[in-house]
Design a protein around this ligand. Structure first.
Ligand code: KIV
Ligand code: ZN
Length: 391
């Protein structure tokens, strides 16, 4: 049996002998830093008002995330007031700030205890965006960290575009920020890593810091969750994620995927209440207007839906045959879909669920009608029940 942390979720995972091959299974807590309200809100076209932002923050708190990045106080006075309001009701809130005194003061005035300081360290960002040299960037980092620390803030520091930063410079920055910083976050800002390179990258970073390492992956190649998992496997202790993976461009690592992977692959645990994940996912879809693709892992409409006859037969006999995770973990109901690929077991299963009992011959006839009709129309349970009346 797989042991999946302090909440005893192990029985919900149907992993294989090789699922954890090559991964250290030393059991530990992985912290979850949620940035739905900051990076998630930076998704093109998404804007949450104060009421919605506060509601999301409360739901994230209830879900059990360790840190909630509520936003970027310097963005606007509305954003500032919203963050202040959230800070007055929730304590594990963090706010984003560039490495300048004005931004840091906004974080202090918004009553945040935790600041997420960032500045780009890659050559391309320093040259074309910041128009600053390495020494200037370095000075800004040290000055900002000193200032924030002198004002009693807990500091998370991000060298933006870390994964495209010259390693010597990254080493210089990270090894000199010292113990005034609680967490060093490694952003893969444009999602250019892969699971293997990320593993070695985080191992390298660990050679020159004793700080907690967080990892922040973007999904430009569709690898955000995989890269996050690799970073964690290499020794990072925290994952920066968003609900449904919303965020800049193709988004961030999805909270629901990362947390499930922590249980499934790392033999580790988080503080997340898995049974609440689906509910918050639905809420974020509705308020962001970003509806996850049907085949999206965990929370997509098809994630626990089965149509092919052979699969349905397996599922009916033992759901572990075709489900890596039992959907009950997330309070999601498994769906048996009727269509071109259905077999007799699906028809029998759905009819009997509705109290209708048919002979083998009748079921065969119903299945034939369904298969013929499936190229012309959407087949649903109601249509099946109607067809079954004539048999
Ligand atoms: O992707 C990124 O680099 C960011 C930073 C602000 C951490 O979101
Ligand atoms: Zn980001």
């Amino acid at each position: 049996m797989y042991f999946c942390g302090n909440r005893g979720y192990g029985d919900f995972f149907n992993m294989g002998e090789y699922s954890r091959l090559g991964i250290s299974t030393e059991r530990r807590k992985i912290s979850i830093f949620d940035t739905t309200l900051r990076d998630g809100e930076q998704s093109p076209g998404v804007s949450f008002n104060k009421k919605i932002k506060t509601c999301i923050a409360l739901k994230l708190y209830d879900l059990g995330v360790d840190t909630i990045e509520a936003g970027f106080p310097a963005v606007s006075s509305d954003e500032f007031n919203t963050i202040k309001g959230i800070n007055n009701i929730i304590d594990n809130v963090c706010s984003l700030s560039r490495c300048n005194i004005n931004d840091i003061n906004k974080v202090i005035d918004s009553n945040s205890n935790v600041i997420h300081l960032f500045i780009a360290t890659s050559d391309i960002h320093m040259k074309y965006k910041l128009k600053m040299g390495k020494n200037h960037v370095y000075d800004k980092i040290i000055e900002s960290i000193d200032y924030a620390s002198n004002h009693g803030l807990k500091i998370i520091f991000s060298p933006e575009d870390a994964t495209r930063t010259d390693m010597n410079f990254l080493r210089e920055v990270i090894s000199n920020i010292g113990n005034k910083v609680e967490t060093v976050n490694i952003p893969d800002t444009v999602g250019i890593m892969n699971p293997i390179s990320m593993y070695y990258f985080i191992k390298k970073i660990k050679e020159f810091t004793k700080n907690t390492i967080s990892i922040h992956c973007h999904n430009d190649f569709g690898l955000a969750t995989a890269n996050t998992l690799s970073g964690l496997a290499a020794g990072a202790n925290e994952a920066q994620v968003t609900v449904n993976g919303i965020g800049e461009r193709s988004g961030n690592a999805a909270l629901e995927e990362v947390v499930s992977s922590v249980y499934g692959f790392l033999n580790s645990y988080t503080g997340i209440k898995m049974e609440k994940l689906y509910e918050i996912s639905k809420y974020i879809s509705s308020v962001s207007g970003i509806i996850p693709q049907k085949n999206k892992a965990i929370i997509g409409e098809n994630a626990f839906a089965h149509e092919a006859g052979i699969h349905v037969q397996g599922i009916i006999n033992n759901s572990k045959t075709y489900e890596a995770i039992n959907p009950e973990l997330f309070n999601i109901k498994r769906k048996i879909i009727i269509g071109k690929h259905s077999g007799k077991s699906s028809i029998k299963y759905i009819l009997e669920k509705n109290g209708i009992y048919k002979t083998d011959e009748e079921i065969k006839n119903i299945l034939n009608i369904i298969k013929n009709e499936s190229s012309k129309k959407v087949i649903d349970e109601d249509f099946l029940l109607k067809v079954s009346k004539n048999e």
